[in-house]
Ligand binder design. Structure first.
Ligand code: ARG
Length: 426
């Protein structure tokens, strides 16, 4: 392989930008080291203009004025800050709740849900600000590059992408050196109270959860160090008093908390706060990435750790045995598609139609008891429950349920199994 005249690696995919054609770039800007270095680097290397876009998906503790000021200081033509929390909650988190979405048995997909929206907003802003190219800060080892580039290539075939981290071959030290040379301010991270400077964890967060990767997390044999938990109280420090929370759903959508009706974003934030206080929502997860690697992540997803089990419990109550058995398979397929970056795949829309249909019945209230890292369902109520207390009542007979009919049922139900047993055990 030979390098292009600019020293850029050769292009592999149709949607990758030809360095000669890059005039104005929409950069997905977080304000962190990678994308700040990138903001300068793109101006230098491509001799191009850069417009920044920063998306608020409810990640705590961001100062968007500071981010915007930094972008302008580093030469951005413009910096748009978009508050997309409501759209994220309504159009991405709600479908995930309706699909009980957990990948690999533990990951509630917050990053996987956020990326297609971020990339869609990048497309909108690239178009409205006359950009020809979209740049992002994802590495070549993760799923996020897949989610972003697949979205751009799907929604905007006329736009190209560049992913400088995949090609610039700078490590953290070189990036810091580049930043110092180019007057890019860098935050320093202190760890362990020793005053020594260490690389930070690689963090991604939004209102549905937070992930940490890197450092000792890559050592599978290393138990979590305390400083990784920035959102959820460590269970051993959680209150000694348990707390019950009641979540009310209407047609699969959470609408109330402890009897109080709330807007979606606020409801998610409040659920997250109470769960976090009780140490609920920590997941130490090994994940099969779509790019082939296995990676360990530490997740803090307090809102999901309450709302997903609450929804699932209510759904189970209002559905028949047949729906419950079938939907679990579709839920799994939904989570995999979204994890794998195929948000815009028509199968996902097809599955959503089924999810919506089932969720028509998912109305009612679930109570969960939170205690030192655990959330356990303790109460259920729904006008649509396929449940009759009189029928279920132990030892009672009468009404719709006839106990004397049971032997006939058992005879027919077990017929094939009995015949097969006899044949095989002759
Ligand atoms: N492993 C998760 C996923 O693939 C989280 C990724 C977090 N992304 C990040 N850039 N730190 O969705």
């Amino acid at each position: 392989m030979t390098d292009s005249p600019h020293g850029f690696p050769p292009r592999t995919a149709s949607y990758e930008a030809d360095p000669e054609q890059v005039r104005r770039v929409l950069l997905l800007y977080s304000g962190g080291l990678d994308t700040s270095v990138m903001l300068k680097w793109i101006q230098d290397q491509y001799d191009a203009e850069v417009v920044c876009l920063t998306v608020n998906l409810g990640q705590p503790g961001e100062d968007y004025e500071v981010i915007e000021g930094k972008a302008r200081m580093l030469g951005a033509l413009d910096c748009h800050v978009v508050d997309a929390r409501e759209e994220f909650a309504r159009d991405y988190v709600i479908p995930a709740i309706k699909a009980n979405a957990l990948y690999g048995g533990g990951y509630p997909l917050f990053t996987a849900l956020g990326r297609p929206l971020i990339a869609k907003l990048a497309v909108d802003h690239a178009r409205s600000s006359g950009c020809d190219t979209i740049a992002h800060g994802c590495t070549g080892k993760g799923n996020d590059q897949v989610r972003i580039e697949a979205t751009v290539a799907t929604l905007a075939p006329e736009l190209k992408t560049i992913a400088p981290v995949r090609s610039w071959q700078m490590g953290r030290e070189e990036e810091i050196a580049y930043a110092q040379e180019h007057g890019i301010p860098i935050k320093t991270h202190q760890a362990g109270g020793t005053g020594s400077e260490t690389a930070p964890y690689s963090i991604d967060d939004n209102l549905w959860g937070r992930s940490s990767e890197g450092r000792w997390i890559e050592d599978l044999d290393h138990a979590p160090e305390d400083d990784v938990f920035q959102l959820v109280t460590r269970p051993e420090l959680a209150p000694d008093q348990a707390e019950v929370v009641e979540v009310e759903f209407e047609r699969g959508v959470p609408v109330g908390l402890n009897g109080l009706r709330l807007e979606l974003v606020e409801l998610i934030e409040r659920v997250a706060a109470v769960a976090a206080r009780h140490g609920v929502g920590i997941v130490d997860h090994i994940e099969d990435r779509i790019v082939g690697l296995k990676v360990r992540d530490i997740y803090e997803a307090p809102a999901a750790a309450i709302l997903l089990p609450a929804h699932q419990e209510l759904e189970k109550l209002v559905c028949t045995i047949h729906q419950n058995q079938f939907k679990a398979q579709l839920d799994r397929q939904w989570a995999y598609l979204v994890y794998a970056g195929l948000w815009w795949e028509p199968l996902r829309t097809d599955l959503d139609a089924y999810m919506d249909s089932v969720n028509e019945q998912v109305t009612g209230t679930i109570g969960l008891k939170l205690y030192k890292g655990h959330a356990r369902v303790v109460t259920r109520s729904s006008p649509n429950a396929v449940y009759d207390q009189a029928l279920a009542s132990f030892g009672e007979s009468g009404g719709l349920f006839s106990q004397t009919a049971s032997p006939g049922f058992i005879e027919l139900w077990s017929l094939q199994s009995r015949m097969a047993w006899r044949l095989r055990n002759k």
